[in-house]
Design a protein around this ligand. Structure first.
Ligand code: ZN
Length: 175
């Protein structure tokens, strides 16, 4: 049996070992999680079940609006390349109308791949993945203008599709 001091030494040694090999260990963990997704899901669920009350309490204590603001600000600041946070086209600086735009214009497809609807989940993804290139800051007006310019309005019916007749539209309105 280990004496108390040896246990402490071991703890200190382990802590130091983890600190020294942080990158390697986290790579290993990531590879393991990728290879065994169901196992990880199961562990995570068991952990949640065991610590449900603590987790709920911690979640309740988080200032969510502030956290969302912080994530958004971090991401906008990054994609502004150390200039003030502003729309690249018109320079408006009001963070409430600014968002991150996919330069190539396939934002919807990208979000679908990430299974997020955009907003904070998308910003968090960008931050977590070390801000991949190909994004810029635009205001909502210029997001729309860009979509119209690039014919990206996916809610628009294809040009040769039959348009709804006025009676069809009336039925739809009543429904
Ligand atoms: Zn703008």
């Amino acid at each position: 049996m280990l004496g108390e001091s040896r246990t402490l030494n071991r703890k200190a040694y382990n802590r130091e070992y983890r600190a020294r090999n942080r990158e390697r260990l986290s790579q290993y963990r990531r590879a393991y999680a990728k290879a065994h997704p169901n196992k990880v899901k199961c562990w995570r669920h068991n952990y949640y079940i065991r610590h449900r009350d603590e987790i709920r309490e911690q979640t309740r204590l988080i200032d969510w609006p502030a956290r969302r603001q912080k994530i958004k600000r971090d991401v906008l600041e990054h994609y502004s390349n150390s200039r003030p946070v502003a729309c690249v086209r018109c320079g408006i600086e009001d963070i409430r109308v600014l968002s991150v735009d996919h330069v190539d214009g396939n934002g919807a497809a990208h979000r679908k791949k990430l299974k997020t609807r955009g907003g904070t989940a998308f910003y968090a993804w960008l931050r977590r993945h070390n801000y991949p290139p190909g994004f810029q800051v635009l205001c909502m007006n210029h997001q729309w203008i860009k979509r119209v310019e690039n014919h990206e309005c996916n809610h628009q019916a294809p040009r040769n599709a039959p348009s709804a007749t006025s009676s069809e539209r009336r039925t739809r309105r009543r429904a």
